[in-house]
Ligand binder design. Structure first.
Ligand SMILES: Cc1cc2nc3c(=O)[nH]c(=O)nc-3n(C[C@H](O)[C@H](O)[C@H](O)COP(=O)(O)OP(=O)(O)OC[C@H]3O[C@@H](n4cnc5c(N)ncnc54)[C@H](O)[C@@H]3O)c2cc1C
Length: 502
């Protein structure tokens, strides 16, 4: 309640602040710098990329919306190499953009100007797995899916993070963005599962914040500062992560509801009836299902062969099949009897489980191919979760060429609201002006957050002081930045505001 009041007050007052952290003028890397960096990487073949064609991939984000101008990518293989790169760039005042899988959707992983791109793809070793405590230790450049596969097949545990970009994103990128994903409700955020990290500071110092203990109350818990800092305070090079046992029982169902109120009532019933085994509750509206249907078969449709108004994917994870099945049966009986669920299907084997998840995970890539996407990753109070989508439809009703499509982690109050101009891939300023800042103001008035899980990057950094944090909080953040990165070389122009609040 308190935070709701604060955010509302914030919007009403909109105080001014000055950009207090001092940023030195950074310079572009030259051919001479390239030589030094190559030397620091032991003249290893492929350690530096400067071919303009290959550079394009590193200079462009997943959506193609943010394009950088970096002339050079460095690809270290060890923490020591990361350290010497940072030390050199800091002494020469050259900006560095850490990049992992480059799947971020707020433009954090591509340079704004000509910063050196520090690719983490070479730091990809799984160091060890502590089977007694269920702790994974690995380098930051490991691909999330590789970790998931290894931990489940070799150790019978699971990685408590899962998201649609798992085949490309890296664990260090997940830590740097404090990625949420579909099992956030079940396992909590990365802050809840981190055991330790190793981080290279902008001056090249290596900070060992790794531990082997689950409990450790000695001193300030510094590791948390780097989680979600989007590479602005240092480069994460190793992580330690708690991993729960693989569930022995897993049930996945795809259900249809007529109204959003039914979606919420069904969720409430799932919490009550499925209790401790409820692992995920994901939502998609008809508008997004209609798009996904062009590439994937939706498992339930109405009598006319059309997608239902809303569908939810519900998953349970537990240790006893009989126990879980009986709970799932009673949940389904209850929701169908009271009419909140009108149709449904249960996965019969693992391949059907994957098919259901593929539908949910296809939402993002499928709509990307339809046209320009105006993406909003919002947190909202549960009762107002879908109102924002209806409100935006109403606001944009004069533009019949626009679609508002939605999906999200409804159980966490997190909606992915996407506005699309089908067939038109360039940003339409008239559409953008109709959406922003209206949408942010509406979210803050409702007590929500303008960035639930994707972060700020270069997309929302200048909104931080307007719609999220007050002057005093912002000033502490800026002092922290100055303390860790006095020259401002680490991911410049991202995360913190670069413009004063209007
Ligand atoms: C299809 C799709 C689905 C997605 N689903 C979700 C979802 O469900 N939940 C969610 O939270 N996000 C989701 N995302 C967004 C994205 O995948 C996450 O933000 C992810 O954690 C980014 O990881 P990455 O390895 O790609 O990092 P990058 O995109 O390379 O980097 C992201 C940020 O972290 C910084 N960074 C990267 N590595 C390091 C490092 N080692 N040390 C310090 N800073 C670093 C970068 O500078 C940048 O600011 C999705 C994206 C796509 C394309």
């Amino acid at each position: 309640m308190l935070s709701v009041i604060n955010r509302r007050t914030l919007l009403q007052t909109q105080r001014r602040f000055s950009i207090s952290h001092k940023v030195c003028a950074l310079r572009a890397p030259t051919a001479k710098d390239e030589e030094v960096l190559m030397d620091l990487l032991n003249n290893r073949k492929g350690a530096i990329i400067n071919d303009p064609e290959i550079l394009k991939k590193y200079n462009s984000d997943w959506s193609g919306q943010y394009i950088g101008k970096s002339p050079i990518v460095v690809r270290p293989k060890t923490t020591k190499e990361v350290s010497s790169i940072m030390e050199y760039c800091n002494s020469e005042k050259i900006g560095v953009t850490p990049q992992s899988g480059n799947t971020g959707v707020v433009g954090g992983s591509v340079p704004i100007k000509n910063e050196v791109i520090l690719s983490m793809e070479g730091l990809n070793e799984i160091i060890s797995f502590d089977e007694d405590n269920g702790i994974l230790y690995c380098e930051a450049g490991c691909i999330l899916q590789t970790l998931q596969d290894k931990v489940s097949s070799d150790y019978d545990h699971l990685v408590p993070i899962d998201l649609g970009a798992k085949g490309t994103c890296m664990i260090g990128g997940n830590f740097a963005t404090n990625a949420g994903g579909q099992y956030f409700f079940r396992f909590g955020s990365i802050h809840a599962n981190v055991i330790g990290i190793e981080v290279v500071l902008p001056n090249g110092n290596i900070l060992d914040l790794m531990t082997s203990s689950r409990k450790d109350n000695t001193g300030y818990d510094l590791k948390h500062l780097f989680i979600g800092a989007e590479g602005t305070l240092g480069v994460i090079t190793k992580v330690g992560l708690t991993c729960p046992r693989l569930p022995r029982a897993r049930n996945t169902v795809f259900l249809a509801c007529n109204t959003f109120d039914d979606v919420l009532k069904t969720m409430s019933c799932a919490k009550e009836e499925l209790g401790e085994i409820l692992a995920a509750y994901e939502f998609m509206d008809k508008e997004v299902l209609d798009q996904v249907a062009s590439e994937k078969k939706i498992p339930i449709v109405n009598e006319d062969g059309e997608n239902y108004r809303f569908c939810v994917l519900v998953e349970t994870q537990g240790s006893n099949d009989d126990h879980d099945n009986s709970k799932m049966e009673s949940f389904l009986e209850m929701t169908m009897e009271n009419g909140h669920v009108i149709d449904g299907v249960m996965a019969q084997d693992l391949s059907q489980v994957h098919e259901m998840w593929e539908i949910r995970e296809s939402c993002n890539p499928v709509i990307k191919s339809q046209g320009c996407n105006y993406k909003y990753d919002l947190s909202l109070p549960m009762k107002e979760y879908y109102d924002i989508a209806e409100e935006m439809r109403e606001r944009l009703s004069s533009r019949t060429d626009i679609m508002v499509v939605n999906w999200g982690h409804v159980i966490d109050g997190n909606i992915h609201l996407n506005i699309i101009t089908p067939g038109k891939f360039d940003v339409d300023q008239e559409v953008k002006d109709l959406i922003e800042p209206y949408i942010f103001e509406s979210v803050v008035k409702r007590g929500g957050s303008i960035s639930a899980e994707h972060g700020l990057g270069q997309c929302k950094n200048n909104l931080l002081g307007i719609y999220a944090k007050n002057d005093r909080v912002l000033s502490v953040m800026q002092n922290l930045k100055t303390f860790f990165d006095p020259n401002g070389i680490c991911n410049p122009g991202k995360f913190l505001p670069t413009k004063a609040t209007p």
